[in-house]
Design a protein around this ligand. Structure first.
Ligand SMILES: NC(=O)c1ccc[n+]([C@@H]2O[C@H](COP(=O)([O-])OP(=O)(O)OC[C@H]3O[C@@H](n4cnc5c(N)ncnc54)[C@H](OP(=O)(O)O)[C@@H]3O)[C@@H](O)[C@H]2O)c1
Length: 290
């Protein structure tokens, strides 16, 4: 498998699963564009990946993906600085303990997990479709079950961090399904990957209050077990599904598919198959993306 001659962009490529995804893609010879918030961390990650992969084609951009103006600036800079874009991995995901609003007035977890991939994909679509074989990969979370609470998409009621995170990932999948439907025959595919558990900055910082009440008694145990069970090896393993969807020639023409761990295609959750949910999430994305 080689990606020589292609350019891939990985959001959150400066840490966690995103950095391992970027490392894997750099080893396959792609020009890799990393996006993180902090210039120092981004440059350090790029230097590490250059050293490790022997690939000098690692570029960095900085943006806070929860901000609409940063997403617009990032897209402009990417389109200006890189002569092509073959793959976009919308990897960034956040889980907040408390309900907070972004400067655009959007709930932060929803902004990062749903609006950012929606808007960034839209803004970069001219480049992605111009190759005729663009690939977009969106990353979901571990519990794509249950219903989508359409009246509570931004956690307006009973906010519990991880429950809301799961809602945003279901909403991301609903948005992705519609996006992929609209891309049919337009020169790019969009699929969703579930990476599996990994101990990263996303779950490292969460306190007991972020967990649903029923899970709180076992949180100390979880916190002790996570680094042991889901340390560095799990982080590398979690990057494989994104690398597979970004690079494997066998999935080149595959569109609107949900891949679970070990890159196995899986049925979409019922909540995503419900057209009413998809239409409501899409309409909200259009409205909040401005
Ligand atoms: N970890 C798991 O167990 C797990 C399980 C299922 C699904 N996932 C999903 O996998 C994806 C990656 O998760 P992860 O665990 O690797 O997360 P992570 O370690 O928290 O990701 C860190 C990366 O995200 C960037 N980032 C965070 N917030 C950002 C923002 N507002 N704007 C721009 N960049 C931002 C960081 O950039 P800085 O350099 O600026 O910090 C860094 O590059 C997410 O979509 C997550 O939901 C993770």
């Amino acid at each position: 498998m080689t990606l020589r001659g292609t350019t891939v962009l990985v959001t959150g490529g400066t840490g966690g699963i995103g950095k391992e995804t970027a490392r894997g893609l750099a080893r396959l010879g792609a020009r890799v564009v990393l996006v993180g918030r902090d210039p120092g961390r981004a440059e350090a990650a790029a230097a590490e990946l250059r050293r490790d992969s022997g690939n000098d084609g690692i570029a960095v951009h900085t943006a806070d993906l929860t901000r609409r103006r940063d997403l617009h600036r990032l897209a402009e800079e990417v389109l200006e600085r890189h002569d092509r874009l073959d793959v976009l991995v919308n990897n960034v995901g956040v889980a907040r303990e408390r309900r907070e609003l972004t400067e655009d007035g959007v709930e932060t977890t929803f902004a990062a997990n749903v609006i950012a991939p929606y808007l960034l994909t839209r803004l970069l679509l001219p480049a992605l479709t111009s190759t005729g074989a663009g690939r977009i990969v969106n990353i979901t979370g571990g519990v794509p079950k249950g219903r989508i609470d359409l009246d509570n998409l931004q956690g307006e009621r009973d906010f519990v961090g991880l429950s809301h995170y799961n809602q945003t990932k279901l909403a991301l999948m609903a948005m992705s399904y519609t996006f992929a439907e609209r891309l049919e025959g337009k020169g790019a595919t969009l699929n969703v990957a579930y990476p599996g558990h990994a101990y990263t900055s996303m779950n490292r910082g969460l306190t007991t209050g972020a967990y649903p009440a029923a899970a709180r008694p076992i949180v100390p145990l979880l916190r002790a077990a996570m680094p042991v069970l889901y340390g560095r090896r799990a982080v590398v393993k979690a990057s494989r599904s994104s690398i597979h969807l970004a690079a494997d020639p066998r999935v080149g023409g595959v569109n609107r598919t949900y891949f679970t761990t070990r890159s196995r295609p899986a049925p979409w959750p019922d909540a995503v198959l419900d057209r009413r949910n998809r239409d409501a999430v899409w309409a909200l994305c259009e409205r909040l993306a401005g």
